[in-house]
Design a protein around this ligand. Structure first.
Ligand code: MN
Length: 257
């Protein structure tokens, strides 16, 4: 018996479905926008080096520019000041990048209230029904926000009071960071924190508590609606940017059918 052979047979035979949780990366990929005087991340852009022409008759290739935190991406602990002594993205152990995942679906609540916040009681109610959050695994937080990812304005949903996108309350972020065994959280929004989290106490609590606890973030995921509440395995492969605070990431999920 070989577990790996069974895995490959399952994937080829259809017993295991491979889902792509990654948003396509292009110049249209929505990015975070910070108010003055903060620095801004770069959008993804691509510049052609040659395409079977005088610049390279037999080959096509490009240079690209991107922020570490552009599109579907991985937040490493060192991204936040609370995690400044923690891992950079190149230091994350590869075995931690393959992990179980659970999905908490609050898309209905988020549709009704774009400022919806996940609270500790929501998580405990979910655990009472589905079991404990996975040790070393991901909490994937479904809000339906992936349906807006084609449009920067819809995705950021900002008005004169700032962005309005669903997130996690400070108390819940602290609970997830300090009292649960998860490796991190994954979200469908542009960052792991709510749009209004600049005004929370502490500001940006998911970043502050989770990265401060050595945990990770995954953002701008999609296809979470196709995952079961429990039982999926997620493979998340950020680039090992030496000293990097994060990286665009391809996120795949394995689901038994
Ligand atoms: Mn980020």
């Amino acid at each position: 018996m070989s577990v790996l052979r069974d895995l490959v047979d399952g994937i080829r035979g259809g017993g295991i479905e491979v889902l792509d949780l990654t948003a396509p990366l292009s110049e249209k990929t929505p990015i975070l926008s910070l108010p003055e005087p903060f620095g801004q991340t770069a959008p993804f852009s691509m510049r052609e080096i040659s395409r079977y022409d005088d610049r390279g008759p037999a080959w096509y290739w490009n240079n690209f520019t991107t922020g570490e935190h552009t599109g579907t991406h991985f937040d490493a602990p060192v991204h936040w000041v609370t995690g400044r002594d923690g891992e950079d993205v190149s230091q994350v152990a590869p075995a931690k990048l393959i992990a179980p995942a659970v999905v908490l679906d609050f898309s209905a609540q988020s549709a009704a209230d774009p400022d919806f916040l996940l609270e500790v009681d929501h998580v405990k109610t979910w655990e009472a029904e589905h079991g404990p959050l996975p040790d070393g695994g991901w909490l994937l937080y479904r809000t339906g926000w992936d349906a807006r990812a084609h449009d920067q304005a819809e995705f950021l949903n900002a008005d004169e009071t700032g962005p309005h996108t669903p997130g996690i309350s400070p108390a819940c972020a602290r609970y997830l960071a300090e009292e649960t065994p998860i490796a991190g959280i994954g979200v469908e929004t542009v960052g792991t924190d709510a749009g209004a989290a600049h005004s929370f106490d502490p500001a940006f609590p998911c970043h502050s508590y989770l990265l401060g606890a050595g945990k990770y973030g995954l953002t701008q995921l999609r296809n979470l609606d196709r995952l079961p509440p429990t039982g999926a395995v997620v493979i998340a492969g950020p680039l090992p940017i030496v000293g990097g605070s994060g990286s665009p990431v391809r996120v795949l999920a394995l689901v038994e059918r």
